[in-house]
Design a protein around this ligand. Structure first.
Ligand SMILES: O=C(O)/C=C/c1cccc(O)c1
Length: 536
């Protein structure tokens, strides 16, 4: 990528420090990526142009898969202390009658509440505290990245940084651009936005109040083309409203009183403090490429989604989870760099689907003022048939990643394994805490020596379902997937299965060459039927 570089070429003299990974941007995606790498022993420097956490809230929601990612980063318990499980999402009509209700479970497939609300600055402080505990990570505040350039096809990436009035340079094996919508790294990757055709101006207000607020402890989406709105409780006495104002409107106290009246009466009250008011242009966009050479983009640098399904930050954290274990395998085990091609291939279709769902939800709230639109909205209540709105029922999108070398075609391939509580050391633990940070095999039957050798080649933990002491979730899941055993990637996605009745991992010929470590090649069994006895 020498010819497609961003920023000054060699304006900085002197030797540059080398680090395996440079992460541009210390928002939640960047810091989570650093923590996930650190858990695998990969060193990184996180560069952030601001010195402190941005003090105002932006993202407000996580789903259960994202809580699992925070678990992998080692902060889920602290996060639970500041998050508030939500009951779900309701679509209301202009008169605030419920048209459709999508309830979220307090314990979803991943073992966490399917929707939780939180305050972003609190999450960011938590992430940074966790980062400060890791010797593998450094966070450089006040460090603005002004150039990213890879030396040749195989060479290191040079990052030019402006800090305290002077420029310095870092070189890295890989650079992760977690630098948001205005990403400089995206330019370095040579990406352009694909417009997914949604652009609306909304006003977001965050409020602190002790007044009684009519609230069902979930998210309200008001589907009223003249006055669409979103409302949710974020904390003990913290609330968020989002309104699409008319072009001529100014949000003064009188208009605010009128807008929030369906939820709270502020006519005679002082105790209603707007702690933030911001104008946003909600957009739907996806970068046409997410990687060039050893430079990647993640989060808002790669995709922008309207907030109507609460998935903006979640999508970025999924990117970090998907990419970091692969990078670690390349850096530490000498795995083939083609492994990294799967990042964009797996993540982009999912991000696109999330954006489409958010656009559909936005359309349900705002689209059309004619009689046909009114009828369509009425139909939502009856059958939830507005295109995309049915997807809200399953908005945490536990749909399979596309089939590829690391997601073999089978009933379970590319899906996440569930996470029940299991027995551990005489107590109880979440499954992932027992599995550790690497690959894992969940098996209902004893493994043959050759399958065991494959698992060993991956450094996989082998867990026999008879011994997990879970509530039967795992056995039922394997049965439903018609599998005797499932091979899980470090991000808990099913890489491959041993089909019910025995056999080999079905796709080993595709994934073994990508995952092989230079130190410990994975041997492919010639024929490896499972032993059918129950003894080992
Ligand atoms: O579908 C859910 O459970 C939550 C959706 C959500 C969360 C946060 C903000 C939103 O506009 C929607």
């Amino acid at each position: 990528m020498t010819e497609d570089q961003t920023g000054p070429r060699d304006s900085v003299s002197g030797p540059s420090q080398h680090v395996p990974v440079v992460i541009v941007g210390a928002g939640p995606v960047g810091v989570t990526a650093a923590l996930l790498l650190a858990r695998r022993g990969v060193r990184s420097v996180v560069l952030e142009r601001h010195r402190d956490v941005y003090p105002l809230p932006r993202a407000v929601a996580t789903d259960d898969e994202v809580c699992r990612i925070l678990q992998a980063a080692g902060i889920h318990e602290e996060f639970a202390g500041l998050a508030r499980p939500a009951r779900g999402l309701r679509l209301l009509d202009a008169r605030h009658r419920v048209i459709a209700e999508f309830l979220r479970s307090p314990r979803g497939h991943h073992g966490f509440p399917q929707t939780s609300m939180f305050d972003q600055p609190e999450l960011e402080r938590l992430l940074r505290t966790a980062l400060a505990r890791r010797p593998e990570c450094e966070l450089w505040g006040g460090a603005e990245v002004v150039g990213v350039r890879q030396e040749g096809a195989e060479g290191p990436v040079h990052v030019t940084i402006r800090q305290d009035g002077s420029e310095r340079r870092l070189s890295a094996d890989f650079v992760l651009g977690c630098d948001g919508a205005g990403s400089l790294t995206r330019e370095a990757v040579g990406a352009v936005w694909e417009d997914l055709r949604f652009e609306e101006h909304w006003t977001v207000i965050d409020v602190r109040t002790g007044l009684p607020v009519r609230c069902w402890e979930g998210v309200d989406q008001v589907c009223a083309p003249h006055r669409p709105a979103t409302f949710m409780r974020i904390g003990e006495n913290r609330y968020r409203w989002e309104f699409r104002l008319r072009n001529t409107e100014q949000l003064d106290r009188e208009l605010l009183r009128e807008l929030v009246a369906p939820w709270v009466d502020i006519s005679h009250a002082d105790d209603f403090h707007v702690i933030r008011e911001a104008q946003y242009t909600f957009r739907a966009r996806i970068a046409d490429r997410w990687r060039r050479g050893r430079v990647f983009v993640l989060g808002d640098a790669a995709h922008l989604t309207p907030p109507f399904v609460g998935q903006g930050l979640c999508t970025g954290l999924r990117d970090a989870h998907n990419l970091t274990w692969k990078l670690a395998r390349v850096l530490q085990q000498g795995a083939d760099e083609r492994l990294l091609d799967s990042y964009e291939r797996e993540r982009k279709p999912h991000a696109r689907q999330v954006i489409r769902l958010a656009v559909a939800a936005g359309w349900a709230m705002t689209g059309g003022q004619d009689a046909a639109a009114a009828l369509r909205r009425a139909a939502v209540g009856a059958a939830c048939r507005i295109p995309g709105v049915t997807g809200l029922a399953n908005r945490n999108l536990n749909h399979p990643l596309p089939t590829g070398p690391l997601t073999r075609r089978s009933r379970l391939g590319g899906t996440h394994a569930p996470q029940p509580w299991v027995s551990a050391d005489g107590g109880r633990a979440r499954l992932d805490d027992v599995l550790g940070d690497s690959f894992a095999v969940l098996t209902a039957v004893p493994l043959t020596p050759s399958l065991r050798a494959v698992a060993d080649g991956l450094g996989a933990r082998i867990v026999h379902l008879q011994e997990t002491g879970d509530d039967g979730t795992l056995a039922a899941w394997l049965r439903a997937g018609r599998a005797d055993a499932a091979l899980l990637r470090p991000d808990r996605v099913v890489l491959d299965v041993v089909p019910a009745g025995g056999g080999d991992f079905t796709g080993i010929a595709a994934w073994a060459p990508l995952l092989s470590s230079m130190r410990r090649p994975i041997e492919q069994p010639v024929s490896a039927p499972l032993l059918r006895s129950t003894t080992r």
